[in-house]
Design a protein around this ligand. Structure first.
Ligand SMILES: C[S@@+](CC[C@H](N)C(=O)[O-])C[C@H]1O[C@@H](n2cnc3c(N)ncnc32)[C@H](O)[C@@H]1O
Length: 280
C-alpha cells in the first residue's frame, strides 16, 4: 500500500509522484481554477515531497510565500532537494506534525491547503477549527479528499458491482481505516461542515477518467485503488469467490486471464472532492 516511514498508506513519495504524474493535467487545472493571487501567504498541510507546492509557487510570485509542512522526514528531504534544483525561493518546507505547527506558529495565512491529508487524521474537525483561526480576513481553507465507494469500474457484472458497493457503504458507517487512511473519508466532510458555525462552502469537484488505451501508469493507479477496495471489503465478507473475482478483474494471472483493461469498453472514473471554506 506504498507506506511512508510513519506507516501511512499511499503516502510514500514514489507513490505520490506516480499519482501526481497520472493526474497532472487535472491538478494544474484545479490550481488554476482556485485562483491564487500574487503575494498570497499559503500554508500547505501534508505537502509530501512538494508536488502541489511547486505548481502553486508560480502563481503567488516572489512576494508570496508557501509554508509547506509534513510529518515525514524523507518527503521533506526530497522536497528540499527539489527546491534547490528548481530554485524556487518563495517556499519553506518544514518537517513538522500539523498539531505542533498550528500550536507553535503565529503566522496568519490567505490560503490553507489540506490535500489528501485530513483522511489520515484522528480529529479532522478540530484541525479545520484550528486552521480557521489561522486565516487572515477573507482567507480560505481548501480541502481535497476522495472516496473509493464513488469510483466507477466498467465493464463489471452488475451482481458483483452491487455486492462490492454494499460492502463499501457498510464500511462507511464503521469509519474503517487502512494503515491510518480512511478511503471513504470525503463523504464524511459535509456532516463535519454542518457542525461548524459561520462558514461558507464552495465546491470544485474534479473528475479523472481513463479509457482504452490505458497506459501503464494509469493501470497501476487503478489497480492500487481496486486493491484498496479489496482490503476494505474483506472485513465485511466471507465470500472468497467475490474477493478473488474482484482481484482477477485487475491482474491477469499466469494463464493470461482476461482483465478489465482488455475490454474494448473499459472505463474507470473517480471524483476528487474539493471544498473551499471561508469564515462568514
Ligand atoms: C496521501 S499523502 C498526500 C500528500 C500531498 N498532499 C498530495 O496530495 O500529494 C498524505 C501526507 O500527509 C502527511 N501527514 C499525515 N499526517 C500528518 C500530520 N499529523 N502532520 C503532518 N503531515 C501529516 C503524510 O506524511 C503524507 O505526506
Amino acid at each position: 500500500m506504498h507506506h511512508n516511514d510513519n506507516g501511512l498508506a499511499l503516502s510514500h513519495s514514489d507513490w505520490l509522484d506516480h499519482h501526481h504524474a497520472v493526474k497532472s493535467p487535472m491538478r494544474a487545472s484545479l490550481i488554476y481554477q482556485l485562483g491564487f493571487s500574487c503575494g498570497e501567504k499559503v500554508l500547505e498541510i501534508g505537502c509530501g515531497a512538494g508536488n502541489w507546492t511547486f505548481i502553486i509557487s508560480d502563481y503567488i510570485g516572489h512576494k508570496g510565500h508557501i509554508s509547506a509542512i509534513d510529518i515525514d522526514v524523507e518527503s521533506i528531504t526530497i522536497a528540499n532537494n527539489r527546491q534547490k534544483v528548481l530554485a524556487k525561493k518563495n517556499i519553506t518546507f518544514k518537517k513538522s506534525s500539523l498539531n505542533n505547527f498550528l500550536k507553535s506558529n503565529r503566522d496568519q495565512f490567505d490560503t490553507i491547503l489540506v490535500f489528501n491529508t485530513l483522511s489520515y487524521l484522528e480529529t479532522p474537525r478540530q484541525v479545520i477549527l484550528d486552521s480557521l483561526k489561522k486565516l487572515r480576513p477573507g482567507g480560505r481553507i481548501i480541502i481535497k479528499d476522495t472516496d473509493i465507494a464513488s469510483d466507477t469500474y466498467w465493464p463489471i457484472c452488475p451482481e458483483m458491482a452491487g455486492k462490492v458497493k454494499t460492502l463499501l457503504l457498510k464500511a462507511t458507517k464503521d469509519n474503517i481505516t487502512i494503515n491510518h487512511y480512511d478511503p471513504l473519508f470525503a463523504r464524511k466532510l459535509p456532516s463535519i461542515f454542518n457542525s461548524l458555525n459561520n462558514i461558507s462552502i464552495n465546491t470544485y469537484p474534479q473528475s479523472f477518467t481513463s479509457i482504452k488505451p490505458t497506459n501503464e501508469d494509469e493501470m497501476h493507479y487503478i489497480q492500487q485503488n481496486a486493491t484498496l477496495i479489496s482490503k476494505v471489503i474483506k472485513h465485511y465478507t466471507q465470500d472468497d469467490d467475490l474477493l478473488s473475482s474482484w482481484s482477477k478483474m485487475f491482474v491477469s494471472s499466469e494463464n493470461k486471464e482476461f482483465t478489465i483493461f482488455d475490454s474494448e469498453d473499459f472505463m474507470y472514473s473517480m471524483t476528487e472532492f474539493v471544498f473551499e471554506i471561508k469564515k462568514l
